[in-house]
Design a protein around this ligand. Structure first.
Ligand SMILES: NC(=O)c1ccc[n+]([C@@H]2O[C@H](COP(=O)([O-])OP(=O)(O)OC[C@H]3O[C@@H](n4cnc5c(N)ncnc54)[C@H](OP(=O)(O)O)[C@@H]3O)[C@@H](O)[C@H]2O)c1
Length: 286
């Protein structure tokens, strides 16, 4: 039995869609905070159970019988991610789950300037100490985030960032598809497992790709942190900018520079690239 949390979300929802191509629906369970949001899976014969990391009492029944349990990382920016993930991992251990898989992030490290990078690392430490087999899916930074991280470059003709560095921009759809292959492999991938696109361009290099795609020169500026924050504040986006500043700092620090051929191997094709994303007609919604 494969049990999946976060299937009402984009990543693990797509993973279940892919899994259903290789695995009978009767061997898949999805766990949702609000089961009404998971009805599309129920309609395909997948059992839907209620479960919320913030409600520990809901988890024993939700995780019962899992040979493999795919845990989504918390998406709530205000939550104590490590605390929520620890509750979920403890419940998985108590339920006798055979293997825990967790949606982590490339560059997970105790000293990452990017907040989620730290909590992913700390969650991996909890997994390592759990005594249960575990796989941490260290997904590259979602490539579609560039649709807003680059700002309105199509209108302004300029990309402005606080700091620059390489990032292995990765398609969320590719990461979801690869997770399904890993789940179907029944334990072939253990511990931290990095899933990234094949290149890690800097923002300057992404801007050069944008210029080629747009057929005109797009400018590029590294503003420095204070000037960038001031510009974001002037646009009414200071809070979000302060959170994302850590991402640019981590990029400049090389935390997202690594690439791994595993994603392409699992997909049996070339992962999507930044050029594919920027050349696509319409940005992904989120
Ligand atoms: N690699 C990257 O660049 C990147 C970028 C952003 C986020 N992430 C991480 O990757 C995860 C998956 O991404 P996504 O695009 O699928 O996000 P998403 O579409 O926002 O989905 C998040 C999922 O997590 C579920 N969830 C949130 N809190 C929960 C809790 N306390 N207990 C149980 N389930 C909970 C949500 O349930 P509801 O439907 O009930 O809300 C939803 O199904 C995110 O949660 C985030 O940790 C990675």
């Amino acid at each position: 039995m494969i049990i999946v949390t976060g299937a009402t979300g984009a990543l693990n929802g797509a993973t279940v869609d892919h899994l259903l191509k290789t695995t009978p629906a009767s061997e898949i369970v999805v766990v949702a905070r609000d089961t009404a949001k998971a009805q599309r899976f129920a309609g395909r014969g997948v059992a839907v159970r209620q479960g919320d990391y913030a409600d520990a009492a809901s988890l024993p029944a939700a995780f019962e019988g899992a040979d493999q349990l795919l845990l989504v990382s918390s998406s709530d920016p205000a939550a104590d991610h490590l605390a929520l993930h620890t509750v979920a991992i403890e419940a998985a251990v108590a339920a006798g789950v055979g293997r825990i898989l967790y949606t982590s992030h490339q560059g997970a490290a105790p000293d990452s300037p990017f907040g989620p990078g730290k909590s992913h690392y700390e969650t991996e430490q909890v997994l390592a100490a759990s005594g249960v087999a575990w796989t941490s899916l260290r997904n590259g930074f979602y490539a579609h985030s560039l649709n807003w991280l680059l700002g309105p470059w199509r209108e302004t003709g300029v990309v402005a960032v606080p700091a620059d560095g390489p990032v292995s921009w990765t398609s969320r759809g590719d990461a979801a598809e690869a997770a399904a292959v890993i789940l179907a492999s029944d334990g072939a991938y253990d511990g931290p497992t990095t899933l990234t696109a094949n290149a890690a361009p800097t923002f300057a290099e992404v801007t050069a790709i944008a210029s080629e795609v747009a057929g005109r020169e797009i400018g590029f500026e590294v503003l420095g942190e204070d000037a960038w924050i001031a510009a974001q504040a002037a646009a009414g986006q200071e809070a979000g900018a302060r959170f994302m500043l850590g991402m640019y700092q981590a990029a400049a620090g090389g935390y997202f520079r690594g690439t791994d051929p595993l994603l392409g191997t699992l997909l049996g094709r070339e992962p999507q690239s930044v050029r594919d994303l920027l050349a696509a007609p319409a940005p992904v919604a989120h």
